[in-house]
Design a protein around this ligand. Sequence first.
Ligand code: NI
Length: 239
Amino acid sequence: MSRQISSLLAIAAVCVTLAPAPAFAAPKKEAVDCAQVKCLALTFDDGPGKYAGTLLDTLKKHNAKATFFLEGQYVKSRPAYVKRMAAEGHELGNHSYSHPDFTKSGPATIKSEIQKTQDEVKKAAGVVPKLLRPPYGMADMKVADIAAQFDMPMILWTAGSKDWSSKNVEAIQKQTLAVAQQNGIILMHDWVKQTVDGMPSLIKTLQNKGYHLVTVSDIIKSENLEPGDIFPVPEGWEN
Ligand code: NI
């Protein structure tokens, strides 16, 4: 074989190696069945916070999905993060526009807080939230009725990371690992720098323990929640 031909073959081989994978070979979005595998939902409230971009980089790197319960006023001021959240497969939920306690608010205020946030999220990301997390996790039958009008169940959490009070990387990791459980929903905040700083090693540890980090909708699929339902049902909740 002449030198010229062999170097042409070498170039051809390089071209094949560098060619993008054909479309039919593209990996499908991993379908996780939480009835079969250990699932956990990390949820981030009150955002998008100013560290959301770093958090999104970490989630992407570790192929982890999260749910963001967004505050409309910050969706309005940081729409690019919200667009990215949706584009990267995370779930977007409604956490009011300005975080009032709904149990101490009138129906008109509650409706406007929810609607304004739905509108901002739609504007930013082209999707409409299907889950409501009332501010402070505070709800009553009046709030439930309004959630039902918006066709949304109310999602609380099974445990908190206590990140907003400890503001300490090790404490947040320790607490989260202590309360993580199959199909758990963990409350966190992307405005807490230490939460975002500790996320790479926390995600690695959770994944090493066999957790699939999924969205809230993945976790509640088997619950068949109706609009206005609350999950998990808080102690003393009367329906
Ligand atoms: Ni909140």
